[in-house]
Write a protein that binds this ligand. Structure first.
Ligand code: GTP
Ligand code: MG
Length: 317
C-alpha cells in the first residue's frame, strides 16, 4: 500500500529535456559532462568538436534531467555547417528548457553588440517561448571578475533569458546554482529512463566518439574535421571473460590524408589505436581488442548521403 509520503514524492518528481547550446568552443560539452557526472561528450580545445546531439542523463532522487549537448551555433549554410546548425536547432525545439553558453572570457574582451551570432541565437531561442538561462562560462579565466557585471547587466536588460549565471564548467564553480535553477523550471513528470541510465546512446557510439577524440589529440589542424569514425563491429561475446572486440574505420576525404593518418610505417595509426584502446577500456570496464583502419571516402563532408553513412544524422530523422 502506498503511503501519503510516497504519493507526495511521486507528484513532486520532475523530469525534462534541457538543450545546451552556444557557439563552438563555449564549453557546452564540458558543462554537460559536469552536470551529468560522466564523460558523455568529447571535449577538445578546438571548435566544432561535437557533431551529434548527445544525451547525458542526470538522475537525482526527485529529478531526472536529460541534457542535450549540441554542435556549436555558427553562420554558414552549407555542408557540415548546415548540418551542425540543423542539429542544434532541432535539439532546442525539442527541449523544455534551453541553456545558452557564452565564453565569458572572450565576451569580456569585446563590446556586447559584437556578439551578433549570440544575439541572433538568443532572439531565436526567446521566440521559441521556452524558458532559457544564460551561462557566462569560463569565469575562472577572468582573474578580475569586474567584466562579469556589465556583461550580466547587458544580457539581463535584453530580456531573452530568465536568469544569468557566471559559471566555470571546468572547475565546477556556479554549476550547483545553475542546476538548482534548471530544476525549478522543469515540468512535473515521471522519469523517462531507468534511474541508473546516464545516456540513451549505445556504447558503440561512445567508442566511435572516443576514437574521434583521439584524432583531435594526434592530428593537426583541419584533419580531424575531415575525419569520421565508424564502428563496424562491436563483438561482446567475450564480455563475460572481460574482452570486447571492436573493428573501426577512420574515414578521411583524400588519399593524402589517409597517408597522414597511417603515418610512417603505420606509426600514427598505431599510436591513435593505443590511446583509443586504453580510453575504450576505461569506458567499457573490459579489455578491448581494437582493430583500426583508415579509408578514403572522397569529399564526404560535402555529400549529404555520405555524411549520413558516416554518422552525421539527426537522431529525430
Ligand atoms: N578555463 C576554462 N576552460 C573551459 C571551460 N569550459 C570549457 N573549457 C575549455 O574550452 C574548450 C572547449 O570546450 P568544449 O566543452 O569542447 O566546448 P564545446 O562548446 O562543446 O565545443 P564544440 O563542441 O566544438 O562546439 C576545451 O579546451 C575546454 O577544456 C571553463 O569553464 N574554463
Ligand atoms: Mg562540444
Amino acid at each position: 500500500m502506498k503511503t501519503n509520503r510516497d504519493r507526495e514524492a511521486k507528484s513532486a518528481f520532475k523530469c525534462g529535456f534541457v538543450a545546451v547550446a552556444g557557439r563552438p568552443n563555449a564549453g557546452k560539452s564540458t558543462l554537460v559532462n559536469r552536470l551529468v557526472g560522466e564523460e558523455v561528450a568529447i571535449v577538445t580545445p578546438k571548435p566544432q568538436t561535437t557533431r551529434n546531439r548527445i544525451t547525458g542523463i542526470r538522475n537525482d532522487p526527485d529529478t531526472q534531467v536529460i541534457f542535450l549537448d549540441t554542435p556549436g551555433v555558427i553562420d554558414g549554410a552549407r555542408g557540415m555547417n548546415a548540418y551542425l546548425m540543423k542539429t542544434a536547432r532541432a535539439a532546442i525545439a525539442d527541449a523544455d528548457i534551453v541553456v545558452y553558453l557564452l565564453d565569458a572570457a572572450a565576451a569580456a574582451r569585446r563590446p556586447a553588440e559584437a556578439d551578433t551570432v549570440d544575439l541572433a541565437a538568443a532572439e531565436a531561442i526567446a521566440a521559441g517561448g521556452r524558458p532559457a538561462l544564460l551561462v557566462l562560462n569560463k569565469a575562472d579565466l577572468l582573474s578580475d571578475k569586474g567584466p562579469l557585471l556589465p556583461l550580466t547587466d547587458a544580457w539581463s536588460r535584453r530580456g531573452f533569458f530568465k536568469e544569468v549565471f557566471p559559471v566555470s564548467a571546468a572547475d565546477g564553480a556556479g554549476v550547483d546554482d545553475l542546476y538548482a535553477a534548471i530544476r525549478s523550471l522543469l515540468p512535473a513528470a515521471e522519469r523517462l529512463f531507468p534511474a541508473d541510465q546516464w545516456s540513451d546512446l549505445p556504447e558503440k557510439f561512445f567508442v566511435s566518439e572516443i576514437i574521434r577524440g583521439e584524432l583531435f589529440g594526434h592530428l593537426r589542424e583541419e584533419l580531424p574535421y575531415s575525419s569520421a569514425v565508424v564502428v563496424e563491429s562491436f563483438d561482446e561475446t567475450g564480455r563475460e571473460e572481460g574482452v570486447v572486440r571492436i573493428h573501426a574505420t577512420i574515414h578521411v576525404e583524400k588519399n593524402s590524408q589517409r597517408g597522414i593518418v597511417i603515418g610512417k610505417g603505420g606509426a600514427m595509426l598505431k599510436a591513435i589505436g593505443i590511446s583509443a584502446r586504453q580510453a575504450a577500456e576505461r569506458f567499457l570496464g573490459a579489455r578491448v581488442h581494437l582493430m583500426l583502419r583508415a579509408a578514403v571516402s572522397r569529399n564526404w563532408t560535402r555529400d549529404e548521403r555520405e555524411m549520413r553513412k558516416l554518422g552525421c544524422f539527426d537522431r529525430q530523422e
